[in-house]
Design a protein around this ligand. Structure first.
Ligand SMILES: [Zn+2]
Length: 253
């Protein structure tokens, strides 16, 4: 399953003239979250300058709140969001009848609560992996570096769940060594091991003090982890079911 493209759209600035992206509902997983118009509060830094002789609307800065709701009538999950906004020239066609340039508000989301799921969690994945993905999801917009670190920790949780504990004496082992150990147990695991390793590298980059990882890069890591988990947890189930159908030469009932 692919990563929800609405999350990438929400990670970018949303212009006041365009509709908000509708992410998949984390509660029912069948509906989408539709957002109402955001409510703006101009900051104490920009508000006092309206009387300035050189004032232009693109000086305006502030924060906003937004309310969303799942469009599935049986679910109707309420979602609350917040973030920063600024005013700048509109990307809309210039209206030649208007006296000056057109301006838009641009919204940069920093939080959604409850959080949107950054990637689907396979049904047969153990609970600690679910928790790892949820942890990354909570900080996706607020701190992408931290989200990448949480995804890396999810790889470590996966290795622990798979029984790859590290050295024989319980000595600390790096994620690299543990991924290699897990991969060495089965020659078909190499491709998945490469995906896990990439998530580890993104997590390392996110951990640094001066991390400048973007939400888009974190979502790329999530796509890799999603594919790895898909192959580990869902792939074998499908293989087994295909085998049953092939043996029966028809549907298995
Ligand atoms: Zn829903």
């Amino acid at each position: 399953m692919a990563i929800d493209p609405a999350l990438s759209a929400l990670a970018a600035n949303t212009e006041s003239t365009e509709p908000w992206a509708r992410p998949s509902c984390p509660n029912c997983r069948s509906g989408y979250i539709g957002f109402a118009e955001p409510s703006e509060d101009e900051s104490h830094e920009s508000a006092p300058h309206h009387g300035h002789e050189a004032f232009e609307p693109d000086w305006i800065r502030g924060t906003f709140v937004i309310r969303g709701q799942c469009e599935n009538r049986e679910c109707q999950l309420a979602v609350h969001g917040t973030g920063d906004y600024f005013v700048d020239y509109s990307t809309q066609q210039v209206d030649f009848d208007s006296p000056g340039p057109l301006y838009s508000s641009y919204y940069k989301l920093t939080h959604l609560h409850p959080p949107m799921l950054l990637m689907p969690i396979p049904k047969s994945a153990p609970e600690e992996i679910r928790e790892g993905v949820l942890r990354a999801s909570r900080v996706l917009f607020a701190d992408p570096g931290l989200a990448a670190t949480a995804l890396r920790a999810t790889v470590e949780r996966f290795l622990t769940a798979e029984g790859v504990t590290g050295g024989p004496s319980g000595k600390f082992q790096t994620a690299d060594v543990r991924i290699k150990q897990w991969s060495a147990q089965d020659p078909t695991r190499l491709a998945v091991a490469n995906l896990l390793l990439a998530v580890k590298w993104l997590g390392n980059a996110g951990t640094h003090e001066d991390a400048d990882l973007t939400t888009t890069e974190v979502l790329e890591g999530a796509a890799m982890l999603d594919e790895a988990f898909h192959r580990v947890y869902t792939g074998p189930d499908l293989d087994a079911r295909a085998q049953v159908i092939n043996t029966a030469k028809g549907p298995s009932r």
